[in-house]
Design a binder for this molecule. Structure first.
Ligand code: 5GP
Length: 239
């Protein structure tokens, strides 16, 4: 299988059509951006670390009953996925207060959020991904009420499964963002789950192991991404 026509070029990934009906190829590029694209760079090998971690998580989630768009990796940068009708929602699960929830609301950074907080943003760069509530989501007909319940349940399942996996490697899953799509009536987890879309803290040192290293220049991004990709992909052996 190979890439045919470019369908979408996002900030860090490109999506291509293929000759096979119902299948697309996602290319994880070496581009990295932050602050709505206000900060950007190209970091050698970044794409393959994110692709590798995403593929690893998708396989692990599938084995544990979560439906994802993942089929296989073609090479370290290219993932074959199910073609979905993507839903323009960014579903964020937060276990610990950090990032925008601390900037925008009176939470203290590091506060445990138990039960975890689900926050859903409208995926729209021009509007700076505004936070939605259930009523707005339904009024905009972005999903049906039943789909919204399903999406929240899957988001919490993903949180539970990834939290356990990462804890085995001494990593705290602070928060993460996932996206969903539908094929017919079935909802699938799409997009990616990588260091770009999660906030990870080392349990011992509290050090950031994710895109915050790039956002706030906390160290060498690629050294951290390389190390964390290795830690994550060996974590399953400890299960
Ligand atoms: P925050 O709202 O605190 O900026 O982000 C919460 C979590 O969702 C973080 O793990 C962050 O990386 C992820 N996230 C939020 N918005 C986006 C986005 O537009 N793209 C990606 N890749 N991740 C996001």
């Amino acid at each position: 299988m190979k890439c045919k026509d470019l369908l979408i070029k996002g900030k860090a990934k490109s999506v291509y059509t293929t000759d096979t009906k119902g299948k697309l190829i996602v290319e994880f590029r070496d581009d990295i951006t932050a602050f709505d694209g206000g900060k950007k760079d190209v970091l050698k090998n970044k794409g393959c670390h994110n692709a590798g971690v995403s593929a690893f998580f998708f396989e692990y989630l599938e084995k544990n009953g979560v439906k994802t768009h993942f089929f296989t990796m073609l090479d370290p940068y290219h993932m074959v996925v199910r073609k979905l009708e993507m839903i323009p929602l960014e579903v964020i699960v937060r276990n610990i207060a950090a990032g925008s929830i601390v900037r925008n609301y009176p939470f203290r950074e590091g506060t445990l959020l138990d039960p975890p907080l689900i926050v859903i943003d409208y995926k729209d760069d021009a509007r700076h991904d505004p936070m939605l509530n259930d009523e707005i989501i339904i009024a905009l007909k972005l999903v049906t009420p039943a789909e919204l319940i399903k999406i929240k349940k899957v988001a919490l399942d993903v949180n539970r499964l990834l939290s356990v996996l990462l804890a085995a490697e001494g990593i705290t899953l602070v928060d993460f963002k996932i996206e969903f799509g539908r094929k017919g009536k079935t909802i699938y987890l799409g997009d990616e789950i990588s260091m770009d879309s999660m906030r990870l803290w080392d349990k011992k040192t509290g050090e950031s192991l994710d895109k915050d290293v790039y956002r706030f220049e906390k160290g060498d991004v690629m050294t951290i991404y390389n190390q964390v990709a290795q830690r994550i992909t060996r974590s399953v052996k400890k299960q």
